[in-house]
Design a protein around this ligand. Structure first.
Ligand code: NAP
Length: 274
């Protein structure tokens, strides 16, 4: 399966499509991740709060694909107020994963003292424990706490982004910092009947693609990294099979009109803080 890569602001190459493993049960995670790697995924997105880091690490170690070809993201979520607390929470994640390094370590959301936590990540990045560091769910009310005074810029901001919440303001906001937008819930968790709507199904019909593929391609074509979650192998194939067609300007305009400007998952976002 073809794959495109994004060159992050520190030169590291990140696959444009990865597998998200939120809500995949621990007992299934190793099998699902191994299957995904077999299908062609090279990037896996987990987090301490998904309670499946260990199984992701086990899959990475069990597969025949060399570690250097895989891209593992995890996130720390505990509110930390000191460098030492942050070091301890990172150490816990690394122990769970059982890997020598992670490709991308994120602050999962703005809790504790984000600047203090960030400086601890910078220190560990300097030591080579992470190939890149970034943030998630940081909006203009919290992002400056990271970048003002950062010695290392975040490579990504991972935020809820999909056809119903297209994050145009966030993309403009991040541009001057050269920070990439990474989409969580790129399929809007399948809410609001997105797989059945006429716009996405109609466009898909022209290319022999599904509504889900059009929804994902719309993001990738705008340069947004995506990490759709599925536990089903056919859908894994479907969600990564995005690089043999191109949406036309008319298609892009039609999908752009689906934007509600609001998040739909109920997780925190700050659409009003620009
Ligand atoms: N940083 C954060 O705060 C944050 C928050 C939320 C999520 N995330 C990350 O983003 C990843 C993806 O987000 P998400 O899991 O919330 O939602 P999502 O990827 O938008 O949607 C997943 C849902 O869509 C279904 N699905 C997947 N592919 C499909 C297809 N081709 N056709 C029809 N249905 C399909 C899945 O069902 P099946 O599994 O049954 O196929 C699942 O119910 C997470 O796993 C996690 O890694 C990060």
């Amino acid at each position: 399966m073809n794959m495109e890569y994004k060159t992050l602001n520190n030169g590291v190459e990140m696959p444009m499509v990865g597998l998200g493993v939120y809500n995949i049960a621990r007992r299934e995670t190793q099998r699902v991740v191994e299957q995904a790697i077999e299908v062609g995924y090279r990037s896996i997105d987990t987090a301490a709060m998904y309670y499946n880091e260990r199984e992701v690490g086990d899959a990475v170690k069990a597969t025949g694909v060399p570690r250097g070809q895989l891209f593992v993201t995890t996130k720390i979520c505990d509110p930390c107020y000191t460098r030492d607390e942050t070091m301890r929470t990172v150490e816990h994640s690394m122990k769970q994963l059982g890997l020598d390094y992670v490709d991308l370590m994120l602050l999962h959301w703005p809790v504790g003292k984000p600047a203090v936590m960030w400086h601890a990540l910078e220190e560990l990045y300097g030591q080579g424990l992470f190939r890149a560091i970034g943030v998630s769910n940081f909006y203009p009310n919290t992002f400056p706490a990271i970048v003002n005074g950062a010695r290392v810029m975040p490579v990504v901001n991972q935020c809820e982004t999909h056809v119903l919440y297209q994050q145009r303001k966030m993309m403009d906001y991040l541009k001057p910092y050269n920070v990439a937008l990474e989409a969580w819930s790129p399929l809007a968790e399948g809410r609001h009947g997105i797989f059945k709507g006429e716009t996405l199904t109609g466009i898909g019909h022209q290319y022999g693609k599904t509504a889900a593929q059009v929804a994902l391609k719309f993001l990738v074509q705008r340069g947004i990294i995506i990490i759709p979650k599925t536990a089903h192998v056919e859908r894994m194939r479907e969600n990564i099979d995005l690089f043999d067609f191109t949406l036309s300007d008319d298609d892009l305009a039609a999908v752009a009109s689906l934007d509600t400007g609001h998040n739909v998952t109920g997780w925190p976002s700050d659409a009003l803080c620009y």
